[in-house]
Write a protein that binds this ligand. Structure first.
Ligand SMILES: NC(=O)c1ccc[n+]([C@@H]2O[C@H](COP(=O)([O-])OP(=O)(O)OC[C@H]3O[C@@H](n4cnc5c(N)ncnc54)[C@H](O)[C@@H]3O)[C@@H](O)[C@H]2O)c1
Length: 348
């Protein structure tokens, strides 16, 4: 039990990333004692500052710059907290994922295994709960290779046949967490996220499809507007604010409920995203669809009835509104000369 005066502590691994930094902000507002572990592989320390340039957390005390592949370093940070939201992972656009499959598999499995092993060692008396994130990329490719698909259910993850090492690695983490929960009694929950977008975000060489498409529109005509694949691939895009709401609800109601999908029940094609982004840019852009580049699974979306029933969650932010907000953030960031880029991402 927690005393009425002690704030509950929570460690967010990957807390300098897109989802993590938004979660840090929200949980601080909700009164949690938040710490962050991140090696800044893709996240940025800048994301842990507010609009007035003030650090959101005490960076000396509550930010651990650690590579969670290092087991001892991992044990040092994981054993100090009541709750863990485990987000740290190697995640990137599809070209990076397909060119680095072995490394992604190895690194994500190492990170997951180290974090979960450290929690196992700390034990149930110390760790009160762990939330992990799975991905829609873990669904079998046989269920993602048809147009106009039926929304996917959680029980369709098996028999497993993900398209990429990334999807496999995230699924392995999900399994390992289930074993941990059964064997230690530490309450757990996995949120399986569809394609999340928002800000702050990486829009550079390892970025996913939406930030890459926005960057090219902002940079056009200096940067050519190339789209990976024929644009017919479809994804269930979900704004990061909707995802943060799901984490808050899971921290309250998700314990012991297994895996819960977070994403809309309809697909949007990359072509539609391209058209909307170009519309927002106000520029006359003729996109070039490069079919020689990887495009990934054809289509997928979420049957989120479990999220609705258990968490009371549903998506709220419309794609056009979310894209407009992301466009503004990336445009402002490019103006501030924060990143230069060459190589684009697409939907993973
Ligand atoms: N963005 C999506 O569409 C999406 C969809 C499904 C699941 N997810 C999952 O959500 C989580 C967060 O994703 P995100 O979109 O915020 O990505 P992100 O890249 O912005 O955040 C991941 C964070 O993990 C950190 N990290 C990477 N390797 C690390 C290591 N060895 N040690 C410590 N920190 C490390 C990165 O620096 C980064 O800050 C990931 O686990 C990802 O697999 C994301």
């Amino acid at each position: 039990m927690f005393s009425a005066h002690r704030k509950k502590s929570i460690l967010i691994t990957g807390g300098c990333g897109m989802i993590g930094s938004n979660l840090v902000r929200r949980l601080l507002k909700d009164g949690w004692d938040v710490s962050v572990a991140d090696n800044l592989w893709r996240g940025k320390i800048d994301y842990l500052y507010d609009e007035d340039g003030k650090a959101l957390i005490d960076l000396e005390k509550d930010f651990y710059r650690v590579d969670l592949c290092d087991r001892e370093a991992c044990e040092r940070v994981v054993g100090r907290t009541d709750y863990i939201v485990h987000l740290a992972a190697r995640v990137a656009g599809i070209e990076y994922v397909f060119e680095n499959q072995g490394d992604i598999f190895r690194i994500n499995n190492l990170i997951n295994s180290n974090v979960f092993h450290a929690a196992r060692k700390a034990g149930r008396d110390r760790i009160k709960g762990i939330i992990y994130v799975g991905t829609a990329c873990s669904f079998p490719m046989t269920r993602q290779n048809m147009p106009d698909p039926e929304p996917l259910r959680e029980d369709e993850l098996f028999p497993a046949y993900p398209e990429s090492a990334y999807g496999w690695s995230k699924l392995m983490g999900q399994l390992e967490l289930e074993y941990l929960e059964k064997e230690t009694g530490i309450p757990c929950c996995t949120l399986i996220l569809h394609n999340v977008y928002g800000s702050p975000t990486d829009y550079g060489e390892r970025s996913q499809v939406i930030p890459a498409l926005i960057r090219k529109a902002v940079n056009f005509p200096v940067e050519e507007y190339v789209v990976l694949g024929n644009g017919k691939q479809e994804r269930a895009f979900i704004h990061v604010d909707d995802v943060i709401e799901a984490f808050v609800l899971a921290l309250e109601k998700g314990w012991g409920k297994g895996c819960i999908q977070i994403g809309p029940s309809y697909c949007t094609s990359i072509r539609e995203v391209v058209e909307t982004v170009i519309g927002i840019s106000g520029k006359k852009i003729q996109p070039h669809f490069d079919v020689s580049r990887p495009e990934g699974n054809k289509a997928r979306c979420a049957d989120y009835s479990k999220a609705r029933e258990i968490l009371g969650w549903e998506p709220r932010i419309k794609l056009e509104e979310g894209l407009s907000r992301s466009y503004k953030w990336i445009e402002d960031s490019i103006r501030k000369d924060r990143v230069g880029t060459t190589k684009e991402g697409t939907a993973t």
